[in-house]
Design a protein around this ligand. Structure first.
Ligand code: NAG
Ligand code: NAG
Ligand code: NAG
Ligand code: NAG
Ligand code: NAG
Ligand code: NAG
Length: 436
């Protein structure tokens, strides 16, 4: 029945709107079934694979995806043998720079799975645009299937440079960072998108889109902090500047005892409660992605209670970390001398001198924990020691001859240096990490 219905709908759609039915797949057995469906609709339809999945993308904390050369070649051979047209998804995956990486909603595990920064995809070209064995295989198979054409020249790989270690010289703690952004006083905890952040001459260009958001409340009493709906997306709770909890995963009704380990009742002085929430990326396809964006608001949404009472009188700091923020950050005079690791969120700065035209490189973040990196003001993306991605691609044009500024936003444990290297690591899953 379902088959009949989809067949019928497709038939009407294809004939009335003159659309061509095409198919997407990775595995040829599934591909053959789909080809047969198209052929059943009409003999006139040419076969076309709109997305031949030459690999797959990765989520933080899960295995790196690859497709074997054997499977890649045999599937492509079969597609060509069908005289089908083929579009590779991906031919060149590239990079989700900045906060551009998306997410998927996992119904089985009831959790948000967020995409890593690299979109290398195990595609025909690497993240840096270099050729792979898949490229060579595809080149040969396409040549054999279309004998009259010449084989394209194999392009050369771009050289990479190991720029070595950059020492961290300066540090900026969260309290200084908060002076570089707007502040909203609200009588509740509202999501980032609802802040009047981008108004120009009374015209509303929307609220905060990306980054982090911090909610700050002065409290005098209370132990039991409750989040009634799932955190969006990752929350760290601080009391008087000390981290007391990290919440992650989509669970409702989480309780945090913010007085744990203190003799609160004998110390009735005021405390500052900070709740830092990270937008880890929005769902970009599938259920939740295709529904309304309103279901993907980030931050808190009046869903935070202290001993059963909603948080009121809240100061909200949108940490969008956009280009304007970067200018204020880079030019700020409050940077402190780096004096070793802290366990608190902050920016860390170092400088790299390059004497000639810079080449592409990879920044190894494996000695750091979680955050994102600016290279000369370009946000080169998020990192997380969970893996599987451990290096960030830094294109040569993002670097310059002379001094280069590297600024790292680290949420947990920093290191005294960060290293550029010639090779990438996209498949090193770290299972035993402190902040999982
Ligand atoms: C190509 O298709 C023909 C039938 O059209 C089949 O006999 C042959 O085995 C196929 N070759 C490959 C390599 O799949
Ligand atoms: C703030 O919200 C609380 C709880 O909803 C309410 O009792 C209080 O009157 C509000 N304060 C202001 C200034 O609106
Ligand atoms: C908390 O108290 C401090 C000091 O009195 C004040 O500057 C700040 O604005 C207060 N914050 C909130 C969120 O009310
Ligand atoms: C939270 O911790 C404090 C201090 O250790 C303790 O007195 C209190 O009973 C705890 N509250 C809850 C709700 O567990
Ligand atoms: C904390 O508060 C929530 C909601 O108000 C309640 O369901 C929960 O039992 C409380 N937890 C503790 C340990 O008191
Ligand atoms: C930094 O990373 C190196 C290499 O993994 C390690 O030896 C060192 O202890 C780390 N910590 C700090 C604070 O630099």
């Amino acid at each position: 029945m379902r088959d009949f219905l989809s067949h019928f709908i497709c038939r009407v759609f294809c004939l009335v709107w003159e659309a061509l039915p095409t198919v997407n797949f990775q595995d040829i057995e599934q591909g053959e079934q789909l080809f047969r469906k198209v052929e059943a609709l009409s003999d006139d339809f040419p076969l076309m694979v709109t997305e031949y999945w030459s690999g797959w993308f990765d989520h933080w904390g899960t295995e790196h995806h690859t497709q074997s050369l054997q499977d890649f070649g045999s599937t492509l051979t079969a597609i060509l043998n069908r005289s089908a047209s083929v579009n590779f998804y991906m031919f060149h995956g590239g990079t989700n720079f900045g906060f551009m990486s998306g997410a998927n909603w996992d119904f089985k595990e009831i959790t948000l799975k967020t995409d890593v920064t690299s979109y290398d995809y195990d595609a025909l070209l690497t993240e840096a645009g270099d050729i792979t064995e898949k490229y060579r295989i595809a080149r040969q198979l396409i040549y054999e299937a279309t004998k009259e054409r010449n084989r394209p020249e194999i392009p050369y790989d771009t050289p990479k440079e190991d720029w070595g270690a950059v020492s961290i010289k300066q540090y900026m703690p969260l309290e200084t960072i908060l002076t570089l952004t707007k502040k909203f006083s609200e009588n509740g905890t509202i999501p980032m998108e609802m802040l009047d952040l981008h108004s120009v001459d009374g015209v509303d260009f929307g609220g905060q889109r990306y980054g982090y958001i911090l909610y700050q409340v002065n409290i005098t009493e209370g132990h039991n902090l409750t989040f009634t709906e799932f955190p969006r997306d990752r929350i760290e709770v601080f009391v008087d500047g000390n981290s007391v909890a990290i919440l992650e995963g989509m669970v409702d009704n989480v309780n945090v005892n913010i007085s744990r380990g203190r003799h609160t009742d004998t110390q009735p002085k005021g405390r500052v409660l900070d709740i830092l929430v990270e937008n880890r990326g929005r769902v970009n396809y599938g259920i939740m992605g295709t529904t309304i964006l309103d279901e993907q608001l980030k931050g808190l949404n009046n869903n935070c209670f202290l001993d059963g009472e909603p948080l009121t009188d809240v100061e909200i700091y949108p940490l969008e970390f956009d280009d304007d923020f970067y200018k204020r950050l880079s030019g700020n005079h409050e940077w402190e001398v780096y004096s070793g690791q802290t366990d608190l969120p902050g920016f860390y700065r170092g400088r790299l001198f390059i004497g000639y035209t810079p080449l592409d490189s990879y920044l190894s973040m494996k000695d750091w924990t979680k955050g994102f990196v600016y290279v000369n003001g370009h946000n080169v993306g998020r990192y997380w020691n969970k893996g599987p991605q451990q290096t960030l691609f830094v294109p040569g044009p993002y670097l310059r001859q002379g001094f280069n500024e590297i600024i790292i936003f680290e949420q947990h444990k920093s290191n005294n240096s960060v290293k550029f290297q010639e090779t990438y690591i996209l498949d090193a899953l770290q299972v035993d990490v402190g902040h999982a």
